[in-house]
Design a protein around this ligand. Structure first.
Ligand code: FAD
Length: 413
């Protein structure tokens, strides 16, 4: 009978695991080597100003994240701006029909959209039907490009390729079709599921700070500034859950489960950069608070989020986050590339507040990737976005993994 658990890593997966363990009546010890909870999804101070460690967004289908926020006493509708996905570019939305919250109304909006040719309506209808009926497990070992090559043509192929880079942090020829299909099926299969949810507050305020207070209030012991160097002592005291980065989980597990540790160590990662900028004069008008940028080989950002327009509590009018998924090159090259994008699009450039770049932002989920599972060794478990699951490397994936891992520990007795 389990009555005490040690969780190593206080990112969003470790937080979710700790909350679920407290709810199950376990005595919880949560360790993180950082001075705060949150892991990769946290606020940072950059040159005296509070920024996020990279712009994060969620989608309406992220049910487990929204439910966890509510458990912690947070109100998602206050903390997240909900932006209907209309495939907007700076000139305006390209797919108004997508903004309908119900899938049936979306389909009707598509068929009757006067801005679209009959060819486009047919192309999208065909691809949406294929999306609905494709069995994701059958596509687990093929790429998104393989799926698109079979079921998407014209603008559909282009837009699903853009969404793939944003969701998977990988271009279509490298990303796992199985996981991408799961994300799209859940986003398009429920009312409001495809809405983009953008934090209106700093990432730490969005969840980790409230989680820290909730855990302490419910009797969990949170050890910050505490790097777990080896597991021997903890394992002697009960089950241990690794919720650390892939590299640290592999290092800690190696003496107990070398095969599992090798699989974790073999995972590769991709970078994400965010360039935060400020327009000191009147900002260019964007049709939506989130717009996609036309792809161009030397213009790195795929998305702009207008943080001023969504009423972000840390940012003024004219503050934009330029998101560079699958980022290549140095911070300086990316910053210059984003300024060139602004120049190209609006013939002027904003002031740069800071460029934040995380080299190991997400675990690459390719058709060949083998993310190891929860069960590491007797009494030793793991969760996080590097552990096998139904989601790519995302916040929702991290939270789902943390919760499912505790269920597995409890089921094991
Ligand atoms: C720039 C950027 C943009 C992103 N954008 C999005 C997005 O838009 N939407 C989305 O859903 N996801 C996004 N992600 C991915 C998302 O942030 C991650 O999937 C998620 O945060 C992973 O959480 P985790 O708990 O699995 O791991 P982590 O956040 O890496 O947490 C691991 C924790 O373990 C701690 N730790 C490590 N070793 C030890 C040790 N030995 N002892 C004690 N503690 C230890 C670390 O300090 C850390 O706090 C983005 C990531 C980045 C970096």
């Amino acid at each position: 009978m389990v009555n005490r658990i040690h969780i190593v890593g206080g990112g969003w997966s470790g937080i979710a695991a700790a909350v679920r363990a407290v709810q199950a009546g376990l005595a919880v010890h949560l360790y993180d080597m950082a001075p705060q909870l949150g892991g990769r999804a946290r606020s940072v101070v950059h040159q005296g100003q509070s920024l996020d460690n990279g712009q994060h967004v969620l989608v309406g289908a992220c049910q487990q994240t929204l439910a966890l926020m509510q458990t912690l006493g947070l109100e998602p509708n206050d903390l997240l701006a909900r932006i209907p996905l209309r495939l907007a570019v700076p000139a305006g939305p390209q797919a108004n029909w997508m903004a309908h919250s119900h899938p049936i109304r979306q389909l009707w909006g598509l068929i009757t959209d006067p801005d679209w040719s009959w060819t486009e309506r047919w192309q999208w209808s065909r691809t949406l039907a294929a999306l609905r009926w494709s069995q994701s497990h059958r596509w687990a070992h093929q790429s998104v490009e393989d799926w698109l090559g079979r079921f998407a043509t014209g603008s559909v192929h282009h837009w699903l390729g853009v969404l793939c880079v944003c969701v998977m942090n990988l271009p279509p020829h490298l990303a796992s079709a199985g996981l991408f299909l799961k994300v799209l099926q859940s986003a398009l299969g429920q009312p409001g599921g495809s809405d983009v949810l953008v934090p209106r507050v700093g990432l730490s305020q969005l969840l980790p700070q409230a989680a820290y207070a909730w855990l302490e209030r419910h009797g969990a012991v949170v050890h910050l500034h505490h790097r777990v160097a080896e597991l021997g002592g903890l394992l002697a005291a009960g089950p241990v859950v690794l919720a650390a980065s892939a590299a640290e989980s592999a290092r800690l597990a190696a003496p107990h489960a070398p095969v599992w540790a090798d699989a974790m160590h073999a995972l590769s990662h991709s970078a994400i950069a965010t360039v935060y900028t400020q327009w000191d004069d009147t900002p260019p008008r964007l049709s939506d608070p989130l717009v996609f940028l036309p792809p161009h080989h030397d213009q790195p950002a795929q998305v702009i989020i207008d943080l001023g327009a969504i009423g972000h509590t840390h940012h003024a009018t004219g503050c934009w986050a330029w998101v560079v998924s699958h980022a290549q090159g140095s911070r300086e090259v990316i910053t210059q590339g984003v300024l060139a994008q602004a120049q190209h699009q609006w013939a002027k450039q904003p002031r740069v507040l800071g460029t934040l770049m995380e080299k190991r932002a997400t675990v690459n989920c390719t058709p060949d990737t083998h993310r190891p599972g929860f069960a590491v060794a007797p009494g030793l478990w793991a969760c996080g976005d590097a552990v096998d699951g139904d989601f790519p490397s995302t916040l929702e994936g991290a939270i789902a993994s943390g919760q499912a891992c505790i269920q597995a520990v409890l089921a094991d007795g």
